[in-house]
Design a protein around this ligand. Structure first.
Ligand code: ADP
Ligand code: ADP
Length: 237
């Protein structure tokens, strides 16, 4: 599903974000990446979705080289990848429905988005996605009127409406309280199990990783220092 071969990322100031990573993630896995702040977790997810260019190596998603894709091919590969961020990345002044549909119409349909030209099927898909994270009753409320946990569930719905096959979540619960954290992690797990969507989730809590992951990858200074089943992971990773 996702494969990294000899991937390194050196930032323009010389900092090594990733140092010669080899990694394979299979369809349907729930992978949690753990590591201290600065370990390279965010750099890893941003590299997979090509939010920045890697310095060396190759990354493939569903057998397609995303790190080398050009133009439309890059958009096609990205359609399969949903992204969830710590700060939700919603359009704050837009309705929940519009935010969810922004995953559906894709990056290249800005005009469709601005004009609000959504088909009946688009809206049905968005409502289904909102139902799956139990937030359908908020569909026509402005995003910035929701709590943090609700906003994060909207961003999960956006990935679902996009019909993503893999979700990359960068510290999705870092700004949430413990109860909301559990709800959002439960949602991600349920989606993984019911829809077989592959999950790659960055967390700084090993405890939380152990509860949800089928596999834990430990990063330190841009290198993989642990890769195994959740119950084999200790506090040291
Ligand atoms: P790239 O090498 O991918 O072009 P840059 O070095 O140009 O990335 O930095 C991109 C952005 O990240 C800049 O706005 C920069 O200020 C910011 N940035 C710089 N250093 C750090 C850091 N240590 N952690 C997070 N962001 C940083
Ligand atoms: P984590 O997500 O595990 O906290 P990051 O991937 O954000 O770690 O950062 C890995 C390393 O790369 C850190 O040393 C960080 O300071 C550095 N870094 C991250 N983004 C940038 C950037 N844009 N420019 C320069 N250095 C960066």
């Amino acid at each position: 599903m996702i494969e990294l071969r000899n991937v390194s990322k050196v930032y323009s100031n010389g900092t090594k974000g990733l140092d010669d990573i080899d990694l394979q993630i299979k369809e349907g896995e729930f992978v949690v990446i753990v590591g201290l702040s600065g370990a390279g977790k965010s750099t890893l997810l941003r590299s997979i979705n090509r939010l920045h260019e890697i310095s060396e190596g190759e990354i493939t998603v569903n057998g397609n080289s995303i790190s080398e894709a050009k133009g439309n091919e890059l958009y096609r590969i990205r359609r399969d990848i949903g992204m969830i961020f710590q700060n939700f990345n919603l359009v704050r002044r837009s309705s929940v429905m519009r935010n969810v549909l922004s995953g559906r119409v894709g990056y290249h349909s800005t005009l469709k988005m601005i004009l609000g030209l959504f088909s009946k099927q688009d809206k049905e898909l968005a409502m289904n996605a909102l139902n799956r994270v139990n937030i359908a009753e908020k569909a026509y409320i402005r995003a910035d009127q929701l709590s943090g946990g609700q906003q994060q569930r909207v961003s999960i719905a956006r990935a679902l409406a996009q019909e993503a096959k893999v979700i990359l979540a960068d510290e999705p619960v870092a700004s949430l309280d413990p109860i909301t954290t559990k709800q959002v992690m439960d949602d991600l797990l349920r989606i993984n199990q019911e829809l077989n969507i592959t999950m790659v989730v960055n967390l700084h809590s090993v405890d939380l990783a152990r509860k949800y992951a089928s596999r834990i990858i430990g990063l330190n200074k841009g290198k993989i220092v642990f890769d195994g089943k959740a119950n084999e992971a200790t506090e040291e990773v």
